[in-house]
Ligand binder design. Structure first.
Ligand code: BG6
Ligand code: MG
Length: 228
């Protein structure tokens, strides 16, 4: 039985990748190398520290520890300058309605995000009360693809991994869900998310009842009857 849907935040509920990109690009510019939107794809789902390591690798640069810490802080401050101004308009199409329908069906909802800014983002877009539990980058020690964030999210709502479905837009997040032994629905491109159980382009026009059949055939599990 599926009792909980666990949602990644960036790229699943809200489109923040463009702001991460602008902040990382500003950092790369300050260090004297280029950083493209194509490069930014490599950072999706990856923690802040791991992201900086990738950015430095792309630029062929290295930083001593104090400069590394300052770069992390600068990037985050520039990112926060954007995030403090976002609103519900940045919620991805269909995501708010999907969350409401899921909760109306009696399925628990949890957030499982790598971001340490998840609380602020949820507050800005007005979705704090749509999650029974929020587990983010402040609550875990191991970044995706480690399953910690999803296992903690499941534990926080009292569900076993096999009772959970994860929604993810990043390859590292899909691997984290699989490592947690959860069913994973990719949000985005099947070419990028090839290890997900199945992939949908987004939540626009999607009702949880319609997904349940696909989840059942992907998992072979017995599902509760639709209540709405
Ligand atoms: C993930 C994003 O959700 O959070 C990554 O996909 C980002 O791109 C990571 O690096 C950490 O985010 P933050 O807000 O803690 O820097
Ligand atoms: Mg994501």
């Amino acid at each position: 039985m599926i009792h909980c849907f666990i949602f990644d935040l960036d790229g699943v509920i809200v489109d923040t990748a463009k702001y991460h990109y602008l902040a990382w690009k500003r950092l790369a510019d300050s260090l004297g190398f280029d950083f493209t939107e194509h490069d930014n794809e490599r950072l999706k789902g990856v923690s802040r520290v791991e992201s900086l390591k990738i950015v430095l690798e792309i630029g062929g640069a290295s930083l001593i520890e104090s400069a590394f810490e300052k770069a992390l802080d600068d990037k985050n401050q520039w990112y926060l300058d954007y995030i403090r101004r976002i609103s519900a308009e940045e919620i991805l199409p269909g995501a708010a309605g999907f969350l409401e329908a899921v909760r109306g069906r009696g399925i628990k909802t949890a957030l499982g995000s790598a971001s340490k800014n998840a609380g602020l983002i949820l507050e800005r877009i007005g979705l704090c009360d749509q999650f029974d539990s929020v587990i983010d980058g402040n609550s875990v020690s191991n970044a995706k693809p480690d399953p910690e964030v999803f296992l903690k999210a499941a534990g926080a709502v009292g569900c076993a991994p096999k009772e959970c479905v994860v929604f993810e837009d990043a390859a590292a997040g899909v691997q984290a869900a699989l490592n947690a032994e959860m069913l994973c629905i990719g949000i985005g491109s099947p070419a990028v998310l090839r290890d997900a159980h199945f992939v949908i382009p987004g939540f626009a026009g999607i009702h949880p009842n319609a997904l349940m059949d696909r989840i059942a055939s992907a998992s072979g599990r017995i599902l509760p009857p639709p209540t709405c």
